[in-house]
Write a protein that binds this ligand. Structure first.
Ligand code: SF4
Ligand code: SF4
Length: 428
């Protein structure tokens, strides 16, 4: 699946050279906090990348340390030298992908998930239908309620993280345009994601409604698809570039004021299309314009004059910063500003709200043990607030926190910030 840009898919010396090995990032790193091992810290991982760049072989131990990284980018926030760690770890994974031969089963599975499932509405709909049958037959309730999942080992733990299916799926809204309520203030394009069309169809609908309430005409352009974020995290960059070009072509020439996503993990990749396509002469400039228009929905709403015609929502809420929003996109204030605008809502800040919850794309599936250890710590901080609702801004974090609330929490409800706003606008 390589393309002609594959030679750039490795950590670049200029990026590696920025690290002065000061160690100021260590305490911000969830895997270092958990294991206390230098090789599982940002500094240690960069040290290993430097060795590989200098000609050392890609050993199984190197692969292990790089794969155990959550790519949460908390180290980027902590680093005083401006090391772009996210860029480094994604490039390191791409180099591993290109140079290390995986086992036949892993290869087949990765080919199916990244090459077919995530890219095909047909496959996604079929998977969603199967998931819906599992839920609707009450089999899921039995597995979770009876404690049967505990006997199933890793499979049982993965079950706790399985995304819901929410028919009717959002795929049938792609290609449609939704009018604003009242006078049109903005024309925006909405990128609906891939899995989110099946598993977060109600969140996507709520996003459209909230934007309508704020004077937006919302197009959900045809031709859009998976953003490639999961491919990037897995090092499958040629495929990610293909998806990036398709999304740029679907949206860029529509004359929109902004391109909106409600998934922080996707937004981070979408905002970095210009880096992904920097060596592609045909797309580099288009990618720059696309990235400049990209906005997380909370960033967009938190930066315009918000429609404050809301009903009270009397609930206590804490907020979990999604790593790819706080560290990847530096968006922290706007989601909190939106929550503060809801009448009756009582906000309770949790300690270390920007420490990863362990979701990290499909990290919680492939590195489940570490993800669950990180989640358990996160839930201690959540519980300390006694909030009834955990708000966040990324569907992947929502699934992880829902599992956290069931396993280590007090039955808290998990909501996207936009769903809380949608609630506040209901009937207004
Ligand atoms: S990544 Fe930044 S904070 Fe961490 S060791 Fe390197 S220079 Fe220091
Ligand atoms: S991205 Fe997160 S897990 Fe990876 S080294 Fe940085 S802080 Fe640690």
């Amino acid at each position: 699946m390589a393309d002609s840009f594959v030679s750039f898919d490795k950590p670049q010396q200029a990026d590696l050279d920025r690290c002065v090995h000061c160690g100021l990032c260590l305490n911000a790193c969830p895997t270092y906090r958990e294991l206390g091992v230098e090789m599982d810290s940002p500094r240690g991982r960069i040290y290993q990348m430097v060795q590989v760049a200098g000609g050392a072989p890609i050993s199984p131990s190197y692969v292990e340390h790089i794969e155990l990284c959550l790519a949460c980018r908390a180290c980027e926030t902590a680093c005083p030298s401006g090391v772009q760690y996210g860029r480094l770890v994604e490039a390191a994974r791409a180099e591993i992908e290109n140079r290390v031969q995986r086992g036949p089963l892993t290869r087949a599975l990765r080919r199916f998930v990244f090459g077919k499932l995530l890219q095909s509405p047909g496959w996604m709909t079929a998977a969603g239908a199967a998931a819906y049958l599992y839920q609707a037959s009450r089999l899921q309730a039995i597995v979770r309620g009876s404690g049967l999942w505990k006997l199933l080992g890793k499979l049982g733990r993965l079950e706790q993280l399985s995304p819901p299916a929410e028919p009717p799926f959002f795929f049938d809204k792609i290609g449609k345009t939704f009018p604003p309520e009242g006078q049109r203030r903005y024309r925006v394009a909405f990128l609906a994601g891939c899995i989110a069309n099946v598993s977060f169809a109600r969140l996507n609908e709520a996003t459209v409604r909230v934007l309508q309430k704020n004077g937006c005409e919302i197009a959900v352009p045809a031709g859009q698809g998976c953003c490639g974020a999961l491919h990037m995290h897995a090092g499958i960059r040629a495929e990610a570039r293909k998806l990036a070009r398709a999304n740029i072509d679907a949206v860029l020439d529509g004359g929109f004021d902004a391109i909106i996503t409600n998934a922080a993990g996707c937004g981070s990749t979408l905002k970095e299309y210009h880096e992904l396509l920097e060596h592609d002469q045909a797309y580099a400039e288009r990618a720059r314009r696309f990235s400049a228009l990209m906005k997380d929905v909370t960033e967009f709403l938190g930066s315009i004059e918000l429609n404050r015609n809301m009903r009270p929502v009397p609930v206590t809420v804490t907020y979990q910063d999604s790593c790819h929003l706080a560290h990847g996109q530096k968006v922290r204030v706007q989601p909190r500003r939106l929550l503060a605008a809801v009448p009756g809502l009582q906000f309770r800040e949790m300690p270390l709200s920007d420490l990863c919850c362990g979701s990290a794309g499909i990290y919680n599936v492939v590195e489940n043990e570490m993800a669950m250890a990180v989640l358990e710590k996160k839930m201690q901080h959540v519980n300390s607030t006694n909030a009834e609702v955990i708000a966040t801004a990324n569907p992947g974090c929502m699934l992880q926190l829902e599992a956290g609330a069931r396993l280590h929490g007090r039955g808290q409800r998990v909501m996207h910030v936009v769903e809380i706003l949608d609630d506040a606008y209901r009937g207004m």
